[in-house]
Design a protein. Structure first.
Length: 121
């Protein structure tokens, strides 16, 4: 069952109601003090930021490809947290493939330029 509270904008709360109640934790009048304390405690909680590696220079598609490879592996192994691991993996894989393509094109272009320069000499 959903919370029965109607918000000031006219929409329903849409959170799940607590067992044996018509409201969610946030809107249950009997738990107002606990809900306020939970919000306050959450706001005071120290953010945990992870160091996933040393800073690196990103100047080429090759650099991005390497970063995405490391990021995908850290996400896959659980070293990098994500709210939606499958979505994050898909997004990182897409960026990896784009960087891989651009890196491949860059390498092929350099090879063509070298051949043209050798022919001109």
């Amino acid at each position: 069952m959903k919370c029965t509270l109607v918000k000031s904008d006219g929409n329903n709360c849409n959170a799940h109601a607590m067992r044996n109640s018509q409201q969610c934790f946030r809107h249950n009048k009997n738990l107002k003090g606990k809900a306020m304390k939970a919000s306050s405690d959450g706001g005071k909680a120290k953010k945990q930021y992870l160091s996933l590696g040393k800073p690196m220079s990103i100047k080429t598609p090759h650099d991005i490809k390497n970063l995405m490879e490391k990021s995908i592996n850290k996400l896959w192994s659980g070293e990098m947290p994500a709210n939606n691991p499958a979505g994050a993996l898909g997004y990182l894989a897409k960026i990896f493939l784009e960087a891989y393509e651009k890196n491949d094109i860059e390498i092929r272009l350099e090879q063509l330029e070298d051949k043209i320069n050798k022919l001109q000499k």
